[in-house]
Design a protein around this ligand. Structure first.
Ligand SMILES: Cc1cc2nc3c(=O)[nH]c(=O)nc-3n(C[C@H](O)[C@H](O)[C@H](O)COP(=O)(O)OP(=O)(O)OC[C@H]3O[C@@H](n4cnc5c(N)ncnc54)[C@H](O)[C@@H]3O)c2cc1C
Length: 398
């Protein structure tokens, strides 16, 4: 029987960063197994996102999101520089277009000061100097924001992992783990012995938790579709432009994002989809729907966010609502500017109180580590999340 000291489940940007961190800390490649359910990388969140390197301005001081985003930003730039992966430090605008948004923007200004994030506060005229198509009552320019292509990061990580002889099992999932014997049963029929398992399986981390721990997961992952519209190549933006997010909702609102390839896109919105890992708009899994709809957290969520929830459903059915949201800060926007459509699925945790805002990184018994909530800004934060988990493992082993 094959033996591995470490088994990492899921080859997204988090799983690959964890393998990279183990190797950096001196673990030899042949002691690591990486298990991935698809036949290659980048098929889920890491391959379908906005590509923004976030500053950390939105998150509660001291939260896992704030700490890992601030450190992750620096580690990400270090990795991009070292490996000559293209990125651009653009800064970003957050634009308030009504009185409520001005109040929420003022709260973000306080958060920025607390987290030492350098911003410029802009009035209507200053805003026009950044981009004269954009209008609002008040805005901030966040200096520390960039754009990159996270699939280039994962491709680079994968290449170095392969060079270091890490074993990768594609088309494979964990089935069960015996904590007494350390035997891990895999869906390809193999049984291996492994001391430590790290569950970084994105949208399926709740299922993997239940398979490995043989108990109910403390969270349920809900897939929220984030739809994007690519703008025609002639319509270019140099700076990401964001609305002020609703502070009760863990999504940032429909923004304009320039990509590293030069084109810009609009999006994403956030629509609950009742099927995981499927990129058909009408995808629906009846058993997932039944299990989800009767969860206490979702009932509370629907009651709390009924206004937003209904707006999101409306957005899905009517392009005009999407258009209205964008026109708030880009009044001359028109449908003719759009070239194509695509979407990504966010893996967002729900517990009995509703949507979980912060990252969840837990270790129950010093042998299995779980990343149970790693939505945005987890691509920015991946190297810091990996550092946090590997330090936890090392502290326990010392
Ligand atoms: C629309 C959208 C926009 C976003 N924008 C940004 C942004 O601008 N900046 C930012 O920092 N973050 C952004 N994010 C968040 C970021 O993309 C994710 O947080 C990050 O990619 C999560 O990485 P991951 O490795 O956890 O998940 P994933 O990339 O989803 O990887 C999980 C991997 O686990 C595999 N897997 C699943 N189940 C199993 C199983 N049972 N067994 C084995 N393998 C399994 C999957 O196939 C997949 O390869 C965005 C996300 C979305 C969806």
């Amino acid at each position: 029987m094959k033996e591995y000291k470490y088994t990492v489940i899921g080859a997204g940007i988090i799983g690959l960063s964890i393998v990279n961190e183990l190797l950096k800390k001196g673990v030899i490649g042949s002691d690591i197994l990486l298990v991935e359910k698809e036949n290659f990388i980048n098929l889920h969140q890491t391959g379908r996102n906005s590509g923004v390197i976030h500053s950390g301005i939105y998150y509660e001081y001291g939260s896992e999101k704030q700490k890992n985003c601030l450190r992750g930003y620096d580690l990400m730039l270090e990795y991009l520089n070292k490996n000559q992966i293209e990125y651009k430090l653009t800064g970003k605008l957050i634009v308030a277009t009504n009185e409520l948004e001005v109040q929420n923007l003022n709260k973000l200004i306080i958060k920025a000061a607390k987290s030492n994030i350098d911003i410029d506060i802009l009035n209507v005229n200053d805003l026009k100097k950044y981009d004269n198509r954009v209008s609002g009552l008040k805005a901030v320019f966040v200096k520390k924001t960039g754009i990159t292509d996270y699939t280039k990061v994962t491709e680079c990580l994968l290449k170095s992992i392969i060079e270091k002889m890490v074993t990768i099992e594609y088309n494979c999932k964990p089935i069960s783990y015996n904590k007494e014997t350390s035997f891990l049963k895999l869906s390809n029929g193999k049984v291996i012995k492994t001391d430590k398992i790290i569950n970084s399986s994105g949208s399926n981390c709740d299922y993997v938790y239940e398979a490995l721990e043989e108990e109910k997961s403390p969270i349920k992952i809900l897939p929220f579709r984030g739809e994007y519209y690519s703008l025609k190549p002639s319509i270019k933006f140099d700076i990401p432009i964001y609305p002020v997010p609703n502070p009760d909702f863990p999504f940032l609102g429909i923004h304009i994002t320039p990509s590293i390839s030069g084109n810009s896109s609009l999006g994403p919105n956030a629509i609950l989809q009742f099927k995981k890992d499927s990129y058909y708009k009408s995808a629906f899994d009846f058993s997932f729907f039944i299990k989800t709809i009767f969860s206490i957290g979702l009932v509370k969520l629907i009651i709390k966010y009924r206004k937003v929830a209904f707006k999101e459903i409306y957005k899905q059915s009517r392009f005009s609502y999407y258009e209205k949201e964008v026109k708030k800060y880009w009044p001359s926007f028109n449908q003719q500017y759009i070239e194509s459509y695509f979407f990504g699925l966010r893996a967002q945790a729900l517990d009995s109180n509703g949507l979980v805002d912060d990252f969840i990184l837990i270790n129950k018994n010093n042998s299995i580590y779980h990343v149970l909530n790693a939505p945005s800004p987890a691509a920015t934060s991946c190297f810091s999340i990996a550092e946090t988990i590997v330090n936890q493992i090392n502290n326990i082993d010392e």
